[in-house]
Ligand binder design. Sequence first.
Ligand code: GAL
Ligand code: CA
Length: 342
Amino acid sequence: MKRFFKPALSVLLLLGLIGCGGGQAGEKVHTVRIGVSLYRQEDTFISLMANYMQEAAKELEQEKNIKIILTFSDAQSSQNKQNDHVSAFLEKNYDAVMVNLVDRTAAAALIDKAKAADVPMIFFNREPVEEDLSRWSKVCYIGADAAESGQLQGSLLVDLWQQNPQQLDRNGDGKVQYVMLEGDAGHQDSLIRTEAVIKTLTDAGIKTDKLATGIANWMRVQASTKMALWIEKYGDQIEAVIANNDDMALGALDALETAGTRTLPVVVGIDGTPVGLAAVADRRMLGTVYNDAEGQARAAVRVTCAMIEGESVESLHMDGNYLRLPYIRITRDNVRQYQTET
Ligand code: GAL
Ligand code: CA
């Protein structure tokens, strides 16, 4: 510890303690305040991200010898609430605002407010349209490539088709009869995943037959309600359940269990949340696609801090003002690697 009292400048540089306002010996520790507006705190993946953001902030505090205060607000799916929360952060002179948009098309007004206050604005998970993001230099987006997740999800089904077609095509008509559970309308991850997963099947020469599709807003309960209706209507005709996220895949499984369905259809999700991974491990789901909540949270906090201090974000590998982390395909072969020890 003693070493840290009067460290030579070179030591500080070596340890990376300077930067992001790093406190030099004798200086009061520098504090940054970041407001985080979540579209809906109850969302499983978003609450995971929020936890990882806290962890990332602690990690960065140590590394940079600063204090980071993250203040979360929950817009509860209301864009009006979110607008108020963001305005409040700006009025209270927060150093940056991180925004998980309720409505992707509502970014422009928020960016203009941030620009007027000269406060960096970092969007994550729900992607503003490109035109909005180019309104000002101190805005950026941290997320992932939605098409990639749809393609990887599709590849899970393609592999099964190639290795064990009778498990997917149970009625042997040469087509996959499927139902699709979609996230909220207008979200890039609903629209693009839905399109990409089916395109992946079609490109692999697999014929599909859409029995039903419905919006369940990423929610387990809504998905289970939709699925219960489809089970009544289509019964064992349903060969595959394709869900835009794990929570909705699990909702479908809830309905199948309630209905007492003996041979489960093939179920695939996206996210790799702890519950989703557990369903892959116990074979209720064929697979999922890992959406790196931890990596995205860490990147978002680091980019935010760098923008506050006017530091270069080069080491964070941004592509212009975008940063997208890769998705990873999860099957029972690699699921254990992603399940935490707890
Ligand atoms: C997606 C995620 C969903 C949901 C949504 C919220 O990336 O896969 O589970 O959290 O974001 O915007
Ligand atoms: Ca079939």
